[in-house]
Structure formats: C-alpha cells, structure tokens
Design a protein around this ligand. Structure first.
Ligand SMILES: [Zn+2]
Length: 114
C-alpha cells in the first residue's frame, strides 16, 4: 500500500476534526485548532485532532483525540459519540480544576513555539 501523501493526511484529519466539531454540544466551549504542523513520524498509526479548552482565568488546555489511521471516514462517523465523549471528559477534567491549578499549569514548562 502506498504511503498517504501529506495533503491526503491533512484532508482526512480535517474531515475528522469537522465531524467532531459538528457533533460537539453547542456550549462545550471547545475550539478546534487547525494550526498544527503534522508530525507523521510521531505516532504513525494515528491521526490526531486538537481542540482547545479555555477557562475564564485565561488558561487554556490543549486536548486531543487520536483516531486509528486505518479507520475510514464512515467508521469515524459511526464512532463519533464515543470520540466526542472522550473530548468532553477531557474538557470536564480541565474545567473541574481550580484556577489555582490552572495558573500553576501556565507557569509550568511549556513547549516552545518556534
Ligand atoms: Zn481557571
């Protein structure tokens, strides 16, 4: 099987992200993040989509969902409720932390944005 091109990968990942975004509750407070450069070598078996959760204290958290690369878009659609559930649970975990903890997260080591 030929390796998918980066363009194919980006469009598949974007489709998955759009599906998840469309299935999220309107008040989820989650924002899809389009701007990640893909690192195909990091986890070649999975496609990763990123969402940001934000707290009113100004802290934001990066949430991600991994979908097995061999899954078709139809299979992703069928699994959508559980994918959304995973994302909402991550968001709830972030929302249930105190803002003191949020602030500590912000002060902690963060990846460089080079
Ligand atoms: Zn907070």
């Amino acid at each position: 099987m030929p390796l998918p091109t980066t363009a194919d990968e980006q469009s598949a990942t974007q489709q998955i992200r759009d599906l998840i975004r469309g299935a999220l509750p309107a008040d989820s407070g989650l924002t899809p993040l389009p701007g990640f450069k893909m690192d195909l070598s990091a986890n070649p078996g999975f496609r990763k989509v990123f969402f940001a959760a934000r707290c009113e204290c100004g802290t934001s958290a990066l949430l991600s969902i991994e979908v097995a690369r061999e899954k078709t878009i139809a299979e992703v659609e069928a699994a959508l409720p559980s994918l959304v559930d995973r994302l909402v649970k991550q968001q709830q975990a972030f929302a249930s932390m105190s803002c003191e903890m949020h602030t500590r997260m912000r002060l902690g080591p963060s990846p460089s944005r080079a």
